[in-house]
Design a protein. Structure first.
Length: 117
């Protein structure tokens, strides 16, 4: 089993910044992908950014140039969010995928990010 613990959400004004963290522990494969998803009320959960264990990175178009995903050697993934917009408001979930075709997925509990003046 893998446990994911997120932190760093909160309320921020438009144009502000927040940094999310997600610490993974347990039976973690050396080959995995860690990612951030988000879900706003009434919307489906969407992929925001992901980073593989070898450093390959992808972003959804709406956050390119504003968000940066990174990870350390201790299986902690970060999401630095700059120039936040009201439409970034959502619950952000950490995800770790591993195993055959990355079919085994683990989720964090979610952390609320609210961008409002």
């Amino acid at each position: 089993q893998v446990q994911l613990v997120e932190s760093g959400g909160g309320l921020v004004q438009p144009g502000g910044s927040l940094k999310l963290s997600c610490a993974a522990s347990g039976s973690i494969s050396n080959i995995n992908v860690m990612a951030w998803y988000r879900q706003a009320p009434g919307n489906e959960r969407e992929l925001v950014a992901r980073i593989s264990s070898v450093g390959s990175i992808n972003y959804v178009d709406s956050v390119k140039g504003r968000f940066t995903i990174s990870r350390d050697t201790k299986n902690t993934v970060y999401l630095q969010m700059n120039s936040l917009k009201p439409e970034d408001t959502a619950v952000y979930y950490c995800n770790l995928a591993q195993g055959f075709r990355y079919s085994t997925n683990y989720w964090g509990q979610g952390t609320q990010v609210t961008v409002s003046s």
